[in-house]
Design a protein around this ligand. Structure first.
Ligand SMILES: *[C@@H]1O[C@H](CO)[C@@H](O)[C@H](O)[C@H]1NC(C)=O
Ligand SMILES: *[C@@H]1O[C@H](CO)[C@@H](O)[C@H](O)[C@H]1NC(C)=O
Ligand SMILES: *[C@@H]1O[C@H](CO)[C@@H](O)[C@H](O)[C@H]1NC(C)=O
Ligand SMILES: *[C@@H]1O[C@H](CO)[C@@H](O)[C@H](O)[C@H]1NC(C)=O
Length: 508
């Protein structure tokens, strides 16, 4: 029956602990030799402070700072009972508890924290398939085990210097029964690619008790058949007739490929030349990363060299690839050469670079603004730079105005004055407008040329040009096809006598 009060006391202690005593930290990881301060607090003054570290209970007195474990805190009157542990020992791994007198009653108050004295794990072990080489596309899985650390070690994976984040599995932490040493293991899985060849897969273990990370690694060897870098036939540009010609093809393969060139009936396996030394096949040159330059040298490029096709066969253990190579004496097309521009848009096979795109956008914007201005002006009846408002546009256009644009403005006016809001009027106005926009450029030129004597030949060319534009005008103005243009050679007059006519007809 003596067990009953004891059990009751234990129960009370637990209850009191939960309510009044505050212990910090609740858990700590320290290396052997580190220091640690544990502080217990109660909200009332105390007259004693005991701390159990390992198997020993220490009575802590604020004035005594000489021992290995000494009092820490603001004083017993503040309800503080702390321990400063100067040098942690391995055997202190476990619970540290403080025992304080209660505020009332007999049962002491106990607080407990957990100290983990870090213990370095054993070296990491990387377990992976034993085969020395893999093939592109193979699934690869490796496991890293870092045994017996306290606490468990932390594992990170690297491929050379780059941390691996994809394909990392959840770590699994286990421990032997009765031991607080933890073994961590983690798997990584990956589909192997050509880029992985030659890379080092690294399992890195980090732990509180280690001064630096420890690593286990293995080299990845990934084999793959020869690959071409660009599809379709290859053309070597910029060759000079009579000069040396180098046909180089860059390929990728692992293991190293063998090559074979076929030129007509001639088959060359490098390093070899034909009898007269005019064609030489060079050994594949490894550029690193599985890339090889395969080169055929023509001592002097002749016309027939440019006309034929060269065949290259590249072979390794895993397969082969064949190439057809043609020569060109032209320079490489610019669009293919300078792909440095930030933005390139491929429009029906024509690549537009940023500059061209911006130019087109600006041109479209300017055109839009011009159209909006014209439409607005017509709608409000106000011109930003109006000239005469006369119905007699023939006269106004006949005036020797210095600039073509003034002509344009005065020319549009008549259709406004004879304006109606009828749909027909609007439609013809619209066609007139678009025609006028087209007409601006040639007319402007006309004006300039009209002010000075023009040579006969140019005049003729001009007449041709005018004819073309007049034709466009007639086609656009739908109802006035039967109305012949006035007998004037001045292009501007044709335009402006034409346009108002349908409007007037529509009104009637
Ligand atoms: C340490 O304290 C925890 C509660 O905080 C307790 O569950 C555990 O049994 C104690 N361990 C030892 C060794 O006393
Ligand atoms: C990790 O890999 C090992 C063998 O490679 C396997 O036995 C184990 O089940 C794997 N664990 C996980 C979590 O994938
Ligand atoms: C061949 O090499 C030249 C420079 O040596 C290079 O400009 C050209 O792009 C290469 N051609 C191919 C197809 O690799
Ligand atoms: C290998 O080919 C590349 C382009 O394909 C070229 O830039 C380089 O100059 C070539 N190297 C040699 C040594 O021919």
């Amino acid at each position: 029956m003596a067990a009953l009060p004891a059990l009751f006391g234990l129960l009370m202690a637990v209850v009191v602990t939960g309510q009044n005593l505050d212990i910090t930290p609740r858990e700590a990881v320290r290396r052997v030799g580190d220091d640690l301060t544990v502080l217990c607090k109660v909200p009332y003054p105390i007259d004693a402070c005991r701390m159990t570290v390992g198997t020993t209970s220490y009575r802590l007195i604020p004035n005594n700072q000489e021992e290995e474990i000494v009092y820490a805190g603001q004083g017993l009157q503040h309800g503080e009972c702390g321990a400063h542990i100067k040098h942690i020992k391995e055997e202190w791994n476990g619970n540290i508890s403080c025992t304080l007198p209660p505020q009332t009653g007999q049962i002491e108050v106990i607080g407990t924290m957990r100290l983990l004295v870090a213990k370095a794990p054993a070296n990491p072990q990387l377990i992976s398939p034993p085969q020395p080489a893999f093939r592109e596309g193979d699934g690869f899985m490796a496991q890293c085990i870092v045994p017996n650390g306290r606490p468990a070690a932390k594992i990170t994976w690297y491929l050379d210097e780059v941390q691996l984040l994809a394909g990392i599995h959840q770590p699994v932490i286990t421990s032997e029964p009765g031991s607080d040493l933890k073994t961590i293991s983690q798997n990584v899985s990956r589909t192997l690619a050509p880029e992985d060849n030659g890379q080092k897969l690294v399992c890195r273990a980090e732990h509180e008790a280690l001064d630096g990370p420890r690593e286990a690694a293995r080299q990845l060897v990934v084999h793959y058949p020869p690959k071409r870098l660009e599809s379709g036939p290859i053309t070597i540009f910029g060759l000079k007739l009579g000069g040396e010609g180098r046909l180089n093809v860059t390929i990728r393969a692992n293991p190293a490929p063998t090559t074979e060139w076929t030129v007509g009936d001639l088959v060359l396996i490098p390093p070899r030349s034909n009898e007269d030394g005019s064609i030489t096949a060079l050994e594949p040159l490894h550029l690193g990363g599985g890339f090889y330059n395969v080169t055929l040298v023509l001592a002097r490029v002749a016309k027939e060299d440019v006309e034929r096709t060269y065949y290259l066969r590249v072979t390794n253990d895993l397969g082969r690839e064949e190439f057809a190579v043609r020569l060109s004496t032209m320079d490489e097309p610019a669009a293919r050469k300078s792909k440095t521009s930030y933005l390139i848009i491929d429009v029906y096979g024509v690549e537009l670079e940023t500059g061209a795109i911006v130019g087109i956008v600006i041109a479209v914007l300017i055109l839009l603004i011009a159209i909006i201005l014209v439409v607005f002006a017509k709608a409000t009846g106000r011109w930003f730079f109006a000239g005469s408002r006369g119905r007699d546009h023939t006269k106004s256009s006949g005036e020797s105005t210095p600039a073509g644009d003034v002509l344009l403005e005065s020319g549009t006016l008549p259709s406004r004055t004879s304006d109606t809001e009828s749909a027909a009027g609007q439609r013809s106005r619209l066609s007139a407008l678009s025609a006028r926009v087209r007409a601006v450029l040639p007319r402007g030129r006309d004006r300039v040329q009209a002010t000075e004597p023009i040579p006969e030949v140019e005049d003729k060319a001009l007449a041709e040009e005018k004819k073309g534009v007049v034709y466009a005008e007639l086609a656009l103005g739908d109802q006035n096809a039967e109305k012949p243009p006035p007998p004037s050679t001045e292009y501007a007059e044709i335009v402006y006598t034409d346009q108002p006519a349908p409007v007037k007809e529509a009104k009637e």
